[in-house]
Write a protein that binds this ligand. Structure first.
Ligand code: FES
Length: 173
């Protein structure tokens, strides 16, 4: 005897079949897994912006814009109507504010304060007030400024993206 372990023809065939089967199974299962999780991967990479008008439509006075956003969450697709208050700032930048009050989520309006205070956003739910660039007016219920949208101006058109925190501070009314 040589001392080496001999491998029988049957054992060799079993190994060969198992290897081939495993290779084929991996080839079939990998695309299935990829297909199953692909929408989830795509969702996390999102961030599309939506055109809401021409830049020259906006001046120093806030203008309310309603627009639709197509959302794809995994396999679920939907259309959501969003709103923004859009204006051109003193620096010539487009600023788009979310109308969602930072107190308890009601919708703010421009220049509707019943006490006649002008040039402010007003929240009718608990009399919250914000200045023209979204700064919360100190002494009113909201403790943070209105959120803003990511803005991109390309070839004269205004595109809005995600809602992001507004870095401005509260101001005295
Ligand atoms: S929800 Fe706007 S002030 Fe309370």
């Amino acid at each position: 005897m040589s001392g080496k372990k001999e491998i029988s023809r049957r054992t060799f065939l079993n190994y060969a079949l198992m290897g081939t089967g495993g290779f084929l199974a991996a080839g079939m299962i990998t695309p299935m897994i990829r297909f199953a999780i692909d929408p989830l991967l795509k969702h996390s990479a999102g961030g599309d912006k939506v055109a809401v008008g021409n830049a020259d439509e906006f001046g120093p006075e806030p203008k309310r814009i309603d627009f639709k956003v197509h959302t794809k969450d995994g396999w679920y697709e939907s259309e959501t109507t969003m709103a923004a208050w859009v204006r051109k700032t003193e620096e010539g930048e487009i600023l788009a504010l979310s109308p969602v009050c930072k107190h308890l989520g009601c919708t703010v309006d421009w220049n509707t304060n019943p006490d006649g205070t002008k040039d402010q956003y007003f929240c009718p739910c608990h009399l919250g007030r914000y200045a023209i660039n979204g700064e919360n007016i100190l002494g009113t219920p909201p403790l943070k400024p209105l959120d803003e949208y990511e803005v991109e101006v390309k070839e004269g058109k205004v595109y809005l993206g995600k809602v992001i925190p507004n870095p401005r501070q509260g101001v005295a009314g």
